[in-house]
Design a protein around this ligand. Structure first.
Ligand SMILES: [Mn+2]
Length: 333
């Protein structure tokens, strides 16, 4: 389906339950809360479901909106709306990433999926999926144009969408950044967004502990294959020692990625119960979505991830390296 069809489906109902993936980033929350604000301004009712309260960094994007972490309350709202309701899932590639209540959310019909992940498996009733897009926030802006809600978009909604764009493009640096991305950013600035204010919040807002964590994580740096692959790790102990959380790790992968000649940066995170999560970021032509797919993960060509159970970080690294070597050989340098 295209955005015209998405618009028609949205115009047909008055009530919405919006959701996004677990451990949401700036694009997930920016597109979620941005769309909720746009729908509210159109006189519709929107309830956002989150597995946990929004992380502190993005909490102000939710101002003025109704969001719930209790699935029971969301279902009660949906039931009270009868047939006059739609579920919308943003920035989420598959049902599992919606979290443990994903199957209950999915019962809201119709269920529309708006997403830009290459690996999206089409789990909704309706889908508007464009993998070439920089961010789900960029798609939500275009949807607002379709809904005639862009010209007078509130500053608060525009800030949500701008946060989404900045986050998923690495401040307009990644390959996914298009002329259209900049055009959308420009229109959001016309609605009053000040880039310095958003950047200040996103990037000049670190805690002391997060810098101590950075020290520890960077001390684990290893490189392989003539420095084409760089690996860093975070253990639970590092988080405990520095009083930090996984959220504080979010941008650390940019450091190994920034090394000259590195084509793939890998970040291994020790989770509870012997689980290790893997994030890989590629520069240029190395398909890391293919790499994580070998381990049941997903993502984009240049940014992908997976999770492995009952392994140490060293074991995960040793399983990944030969697969990464193949991906390097397949991609042009
Ligand atoms: Mn995204």
């Amino acid at each position: 389906m295209n955005r015209k069809a998405a618009r028609q489906a949205i115009e047909a109902v008055e009530n919405f339950v919006l959701a996004t993936h677990v451990r949401p980033d700036g694009d997930a929350l920016g597109s979620l809360f941005g769309l909720a604000k746009i729908l509210t301004k159109l006189g519709k009712q929107a309830v956002c479901y989150l597995e946990e309260p929004p992380p502190e960094l993005h909490a102000l994007l939710a101002a003025g909106l109704r969001w719930e972490t209790e699935i029971g309350r969301v279902r009660a709202f949906a039931e009270a709306c009868g047939q006059n309701i739609m579920g919308i899932c943003l920035d989420c590639g598959d049902l599992a990433r919606l979290g443990e209540n994903g199957p209950l959310l999915r019962e809201i019909k119709p269920f529309l999926v708006i997403d830009h992940h290459q690996s999206n498996d089409g789990f909704g009733d309706l889908h508007w999926i464009e993998p070439h897009r920089s961010s789900t926030g960029e798609m939500v802006y275009d949807l607002a144009v379709e809904l005639n809600a862009a010209e007078d978009m509130s500053l608060e909604a525009a800030e949500c969408l701008y946060t989404a764009l900045v986050t998923d493009t690495g401040s307009f640096q990644y390959d996914c950044t298009s002329a259209h991305t900049f055009a959308v950013a420009g229109r959001l600035l016309n609605r009053g967004v000040r880039p310095a204010v958003i950047s200040q919040r996103l990037y000049n807002n670190a805690s002391f502990g997060s810098l101590q964590l950075m020290q520890l994580v960077l001390s684990t740096l290893q490189t392989f294959f003539d420095d084409q692959v760089a690996v860093i790790q975070v253990s639970r102990k590092m988080l405990e020692t520095t009083g930090t959380d996984y959220e504080d790790c979010d941008n650390l992968i940019n450091f190994p990625r920034s090394i000259r000649g590195v084509r793939a940066a890998v970040f291994l995170k020790e989770r509870k119960d012997g689980e290790v999560s893997v994030s890989i970021r590629a520069k240029g032509d190395c398909d890391v979505a293919w790499v994580t797919a070998q381990f049941g993960g997903g993502g984009h060509k240049n940014a992908a991830g997976c999770r492995m159970a009952d392994c140490s970080m060293e074991q995960v690294r040793d399983m990944l390296l030969p697969v990464l070597e193949k991906a390097l050989a397949q991609g042009k340098q």
